[in-house]
Design a binder for this molecule. Structure first.
Ligand code: G6P
Length: 610
């Protein structure tokens, strides 16, 4: 994880770097730092424990003048969060470096460099890189050649920004396995972990590829690929505006993103429905030839994206008649999986940079899959660039660490995929027309469910003093219960578990008492009566039940049972609609508890390390 930003300009860069860090803070926020080269050729550095706001305070007290600099916001991997472990790291007062990723052979490199006399001042894996580069500079190499030589000895993943106090006219960047983008200004150039960091200064970007090395001056940039060839990478103009990533009137990004869902879902559907059909081409031009050959689906993802995959399994099997397996990427990548002929590999990821998901994709490429499909929210991400087929969710940037609109738009994408694959497997035109009609109504229905906000906010008060909660669901609503539990634990730090309601008797019932609220989702489907019996089992043991139920369902509201009617409409889109009150619940509980909603402790949005 970690966010990096760098600038070489004709104006002071500290404020630009600081603003960039604020926008990258979702990537990590346990410490932050900045190094700027001043006119006298002196490298000045400030580092703080904690968030970027503290770095801003430190900078206000001690401004760093200069037109060349780098900055970093950290999510600790090697070495605890501490000032001495914060980036930038500096070697011999001359070379400064910021790094995102993990250097796997750092122990061997540290031993060698220490033996050569380099003094280490941190516990990080990163510090070996700055000393290795300095060793090359000390041999007389220019900065870009020094970085080229040093990265050859690295194993692992890195995005690097490097400056040399003796070269005020260049900023060097390198990328392998961690994202890095170059921003092109007029008379100034930038680097950052993502485009959002640089939107205030430019909308023209070059996305580096794995193995690329780049040298930036104020007027020009040069890029070499992994074979050392000077290459031209395409310049792209970002359509994102500064406003799309502002918080606006909302108190938190998570709240904003929950309320953006009707719009985000409409954007996901935009251009993806043709009359009463889902054209196969919305998954890429090769989909029309590939999809009729698909006999099974394997979905790989992490976190919330994994939960989206779990819901899709129910849809793909029941509507498209396709066997479907779903697995977390960190498990899948380390086992030998059997790949039946005609299997479509689907990787789901909001960011498209999650290390385990990417590694699973790389593995899938040589494993005999019919094709790989990425369902992703970030057009320029590694996942999108490396997959055969792509579906972009168009949810807009998601800043809150707890994923909300990314999840519901992934579900929309997976419904479209189910319909598209279903048609190749005999789903009738009439059924397709019905399903497409239901999808068209979805944004308005989500809007309706969001009206439960005040009701859910009042309910949240019952959770503020609780330490454990249990979420129950059945069928495709079991993954929704999993997602509800994940949201609550991520941002309120209340222990939350989810179970398929039918499993209650096999263990969790032993936990039920008045101190453990049980939250259930009760759609109006074929499993309702079964679910009702499961809820009785909880009631009979004195459990406190909160049931989000289809408003057409009658559930007795008596002592110990609170029922919240959800304006749900049909089985197909119910999982999306029932997700909304669970997101709102987690949000309001976290607000009441006073936790950091958008940047919960120990987590980060983009998990680019294993
Ligand atoms: C992190 C985030 C989650 C996200 C997961 C997978 O854990 O905090 O919100 O679901 O990574 O991320 P991806 O970008 O691959 O969907």
């Amino acid at each position: 994880m970690c966010g990096i930003v760098g600038a070489i300009a004709q104006r002071p860069v500290a404020a630009i770097l600081l603003e960039g860090l604020r926008r990258l803070e979702y990537r990590g926020y346990d410490s932050a730092g900045i190094a700027v080269l001043d006119e006298g050729g002196q490298l000045n550095r400030l580092r703080v424990l904690g968030k970027v706001a503290r770095l801003a305070e430190a900078l206000a007290a001690e401004p760093l003048p200069g037109t060349l600099g780098i900055a970093h916001t950290r999510w600790a991997t090697h070495g605890e969060p501490a000032v001495h472990n914060a980036h930038p790291h500096i070697s011999a007062e001359r070379c400064a470096l910021v790094h995102n990723g993990v250097i796997e052979n750092h122990e061997a490199l540290r031993a060698r460099l220490s033996a050569e006399g380099h003094i280490f001042t941190s516990d990080t894996d990163t510090e070996v890189v700055v000393h290795a580069i300095y060793a090359e500079l000390a041999r007389g190499l220019p900065l870009v050649d020094a970085v080229r030589a040093a990265v050859q000895g690295l194993r692992g993943a890195y995005a690097l920004g490097v400056i040399d106090a003796q070269d005020p006219n260049h900023l060097v960047a390198a990328r392998y396995g961690s994202p890095l983008v170059i921003g092109l200004g007029f008379g100034e150039s930038f680097i950052a972990s993502d485009v959002c960091a640089l939107l205030p200064v430019t909308n023209r970007f070059i996305f580096l590829e794995d193995g690329d090395l780049a040298e930036l001056s104020r007027e020009a940039i040069w890029i070499w690929d992994r074979s050392g060839q000077l290459v031209e990478r395409p310049m792209k103009t970002s359509l994102l505006s500064v406003e799309t990533i502002e918080r606006g009137p909302y108190r938190h990004y998570m709240q904003k993103e929950i309320f953006e869902q009707p719009h985000a879902i409409a954007e996901t559907l935009e251009g993806r429905l043709s009359g009463e059909r889902v054209p196969l081409e919305v998954f890429g031009h090769r989909a029309a030839a590939l999809f009729p050959q698909i006999r099974s689906v394997r979905i790989i993802a992490c976190g919330t994206s994994y939960h989206a995959g779990l819901v899709a399994r129910y849809w793909l099997e029941s509507l498209a008649g396709l066997p479907c397996q779903v697995e977390v990427a960190s498990e899948y990548r380390y086992r030998r999986a059997v790949v039946p002929e005609g299997t479509l590999f689907v990787a789901i990821s909001q960011s498209g940079e999650t290390a385990d998901t990417l590694a699973a994709l790389h593995q899938a490429k040589n494993a005999g899959y019919a094709a790989t499909l990425a369902i992703c929210n970030v057009p320029e991400s590694s996942l999108v660039r490396e997959s055969d087929l792509v579906f972009l969710t168009h949810a807009g940037p998601e800043i809150g660490v707890a994923s909300t609109k990314a999840f519901t738009t992934q579900l929309v994408a997976l419904l479209l995929l189910t319909i598209a694959l279903g048609r190749c497997r005999g789903l009738s035109a009439e059924e397709e027309r019905r399903l497409v009609g239901l999808l068209r109504q979805l944004p308005g229905e989500v809007e309706e469910v969001l009206r439960l906000d005040a009701t859910v906010a009042a309910l949240a008060e019952r959770f503020a003093d609780k330490h454990h909660t249990l979420f129950l669901g059945r069928g495709e609503h079991y993954p929704i219960a999993l997602e509800g539990a994940l949201k609550l634990k991520e941002i309120s730090y209340i222990h939350a578990e989810a179970y398929p309601a039918g499993e209650l008797k096999h263990g969790p019932l032993a936990l039920i008492d008045e101190e453990m609220p049980v939250i259930a989702v009760a759609p109006n489907n074929g499993l309702l009566e079964k679910l009702k019996s499961n809820l009785e089992e909880v009631r009979a043991r004195g459990g406190q039940l909160i049931v989000f139920a289809d408003q057409r369902v009658h559930l007795a509201q008596n002592n110990g049972v609170t029922v919240v009617g959800v304006p749900a409409t049909n089985e197909l889109v119910d999982p999306l609609l029932f997700t909304i009150p669970l997101q709102l619940l987690a949000y309001h509980v976290a607000v009441l508890k006073g936790t950091d909603v958008d940047q919960p402790r120990n987590l980060a949005k983009s998990v680019t390390v294993e």
